[in-house]
Design a protein around this ligand. Structure first.
Ligand code: PMT
Length: 406
């Protein structure tokens, strides 16, 4: 939602990574942004304006002296309209011009005239990137507030392996979203979110776990980042990429998750427990792989740490107010079970998660939840994507946070 209706000026400079800008442009448009593309003359050697005009359904600007709507000066009107100026890919040449205030084409002129935040995704050969001149230019731009995403490391157009690749579209989108949201309702808040299903080892090659994919927790991390929070994601093993701008802490077991969460309580303003933490673990972890025997194998399980219960116990001694959000994954008696967990763990907000149907809960991209609070209010959300559920939850969290922080 954060991209919806936002004016994004997308600058494209002349490098082989230009073709990837089409994907970025398309994703921005799909997310509801109004995208105005400016190509440098060098970019025209790699891509045609028609590609971007087709994707954005808006004119693409190249000519420095082109007039928009008869009288507007293109570089002024685009600069004024921008909520964010994104340059991807950004060549060493354009980076140098930006660092020194040169304005010799429409993109560099627009950048000089633009007061909106600047997001740069550099792409170039390793030697150009590592050149002290480029590094000094990047440092100067960063010192002036520019957000630099990447470059990534990997195979370059020259065939070399090194730093200089344009980062994944997902990361550029993440940087744009974080930049747009940095003055959002959770600005200044330190939020910890847990995600994924913990793994409790039986032996060196086996563990007990559950079907959590981490999708709900990761979506919450992104939504909180977009709302301006400083986010730490404490995650059990998942197949998901770390969201841009989020600090990731990898854990495996319930005990490790408990240590990671409890060890950060002093520096946490908001805790969101979306992880599916094991309630039981094998009492003994075999040192060697358990061999198949003749009869049945009996496992003795013991309780794991109840993280939320321990948070509730420690909360009164904290020097600051901690907001705590819990989830209840239920296959029956959803409201009843969620209410009793909310009370037992003294939560500020409970997300009652119906995990009984195939389109909701574990693994899938959609979810169906009811939000409950200690005042007895209930908000049942219809089936929606986990990204949308996350935005709803974070909006509720932000309202609680603002109540306490003005
Ligand atoms: O990861 P996905 O595939 O996207 O699936 C999302 C989800 C279904 C895992 C998620 O939406 C969800 O419901 N998470 C909570 C799962 C869970 O463990 O629920 P619970 O009812 O067993 O636990 C209640 C609360 O106590 C939870 O906030 C849980 O994180 C916490 N807990 C549980 C056990 C434990 N030892 N310590 C805890 O703090």
């Amino acid at each position: 939602m954060i991209l919806k209706g936002k004016n994004i000026v997308l600058g494209i400079t002349g490098g082989i990574a230009c073709y990837k800008a089409a994907d970025l442009c398309s994703k921005l448009v799909q997310a509801g942004a109004i995208v105005d593309v400016i190509m440098t003359p060098a970019a025209l050697a790699f891509m045609t304006p028609l590609t971007f005009q087709t994707l954005t359904k808006r004119p693409v600007s190249v000519d420095m002296f082109q007039l928009l709507r008869d009288t507007d000066m293109a570089h002024i009107s685009l600069a004024e309209r921008a909520d964010v100026l994104v340059i991807a890919p950004a060549t060493a040449n354009t980076i140098a011009k930006l660092a020194h205030g040169l304005a010799d084409n429409l993109l560099t002129s627009t950048a000089l005239a633009c007061t909106a935040p600047l997001v740069l995704a550099p792409a170039m050969d390793t030697d150009m990137w590592e050149n002290p001149i480029t590094q000094a230019n990047i440092a100067a731009l960063r010192a002036r507030g520019a957000v630099i995403v990447g470059p990534g490391y990997g195979r370059l157009a020259s065939g070399r392996i090194g730093a200089g690749r344009l980062v994944a579209t997902e990361d550029i989108l993440g940087a744009i979203r974080q930049t747009l949201g940095r003055k959002g309702p959770l600005a200044g808040a330190r939020l910890v979110v847990t995600a994924g299903g913990t793994q409790e080892p039986l032996d060196p090659v086996r563990h007990l776990t559950n079907r959590s994919s981490g999708k709900m927790g990761y979506a919450l991390a992104e939504a909180a980042r977009d709302a301006g929070a400083q986010v730490t994601l404490i995650t059990a093993p998942t197949a998901l990429n770390t969201p841009y701008g989020v600090e990731r802490v990898n854990v495996r077991t319930a005990a490790e998750m408990a240590e990671a969460v409890l060890g950060r309580l002093e520096e946490t303003d908001i805790l969101v427990m979306a992880a599916a933490v094991a309630d039981y673990r094998p009492k003994v972890t075999a040192e060697q792989k358990i061999k198949k025997g003749e009869g049945a194998l009996l496992l003795e399980l013991e309780k794991t740490e109840d993280i939320l219960a321990e948070v509730a116990r420690r909360r009164p001694a904290l020097a600051h107010r901690l907001l705590v959000v819990g989830f209840a994954a239920e296959t029956e008696n959803l409201l009843e079970n969620a209410l009793s967990k909310m009370q037992a763990k003294r939560l500020d907000l409970m997300v009652a998660n119906d995990v009984s149907s195939a389109d909701s809960g574990f693994e899938v991209d959609t979810n169906r939840v009811i939000l409950l609070n200690p005042a007895g209010e209930q908000e049942a959300l219809p089936l929606m994507t986990k990204a949308d559920v996350a935005e709803h939850i974070i909006a509720r969290v932000a309202a609680l946070w603002r109540r306490d922080h003005g």
